[in-house]
Design a protein around this ligand. Structure first.
Ligand code: OAD
Length: 252
């Protein structure tokens, strides 16, 4: 297993880098993770809150949970890990950030090219007319929210709005997934940060990258199914490790 200095050199010398992030990168910003100590899925059941069936049964309950998550994220700030990735993007020719997170903290930290595999907490999508809009209002004034779009008849659509996220049992946005796979295939270094690496297809991206010749570097608070399979693994907090790994101005 390579040490931090080697991994730093790989990153500094690479022209093509891809990164996959999960909930762990936002943990130090105060956004709860899903699995592991304090994880949301220890407290709640995904089948009650994050499936199309749950929404059909009780849209208000589902929206209360998402409205709470929106309020948590609205009060959060990007941390040193998010900022280090934005810095890495600025100095890398071909850089792709793939995230499973829906919190928008990467963009707020200055990341530009972000592929959001699981959608976005701030997007609302109408289950009636299909229209999408970005709405940062916290809390939402009405739960569940309704679509205010004017139809040709002049009447408001009134359809039920849903969170613009990907739920269990739903497909990932095909475009984002395709671009993520292409980025994994051409990356010289693939960095995996703060993900338990158990949710597919995201968890396969680092392995695809490795098969295509990339060096894979993992940063996570605890070992994952990937840990034994990567070129370098660093256990710890991404807000502390990423700035060291991405140290500004370092060249190979
Ligand atoms: P998880 O909650 O499954 O995993 C987060 C990982 O981050 C865990 O392995 C933690 O040990 C690690 N971690 C915690 N704090 C950290 C820190 N400060 N620095 C580094 N690592 C830290 O989150 P994801 O892997 O993102 O999907 O979960 C994947 C998907 O499962 C989510 O996008 C969500 C969830 O169900 C949907 O809702 C569809």
């Amino acid at each position: 297993m390579a040490d931090l200095e080697s991994a730093r050199r790989w990153l500094a010398g690479a022209e093509r880098i891809a990164v996959l992030t999960g909930a762990g990168i936002s943990a130090e910003s105060g956004v709860p993770i899903f699995r592991g100590p304090g994880g949301l899925w220890r407290q709640y059941r995904p089948e009650d809150l994050a499936t199309p069936g749950a929404f059909a049964r009780d849209p208000r309950l589902v929206w209360e949970w998402y409205d709470w998550r929106r309020s948590v994220v609205a009060q959060a700030e990007p941390n040193a890990g998010h900022l280090a990735l934005a810095e890495l993007e600025r100095r890398t020719k071909d850089f792709t950030l793939i995230t499973q997170n829906v919190d928008g903290l990467h963009e707020r930290a200055g990341s530009r090219r972000v592929l959001k595999l699981h959608g976005d907490l701030w997007t609302l999508r109408c289950t009636g007319c299909g229209a999408e809009r970005v709405d940062g209002t916290v809390p939402l004034p009405e739960l569940p929210p309704r679509c205010a779009l004017r139809l040709r008849s002049g009447q408001a659509c009134g359809g039920l709005l849903r969170p613009g996220v990907v739920w269990f049992g739903e497909s990932l946005p095909a475009d984002a997934l395709e671009q993520a796979m292409a980025a994994a295939a051409r990356a010289q270094v693939f960095l995996v940060v703060g993900t338990s690496a158990v949710v597919q297809p995201a968890a396969s991206l680092p392995l695809m990258a490795r098969q295509a010749g990339a060096r894979v570097v993992e940063i996570n608070a605890e070992p994952t199914p990937l840990t034994e399979l990567v070129d370098a693994s660093f256990l710890g907090k991404s807000g502390e490790l990423l700035p060291r790994l991405v140290e500004a101005g370092v060249r190979a």
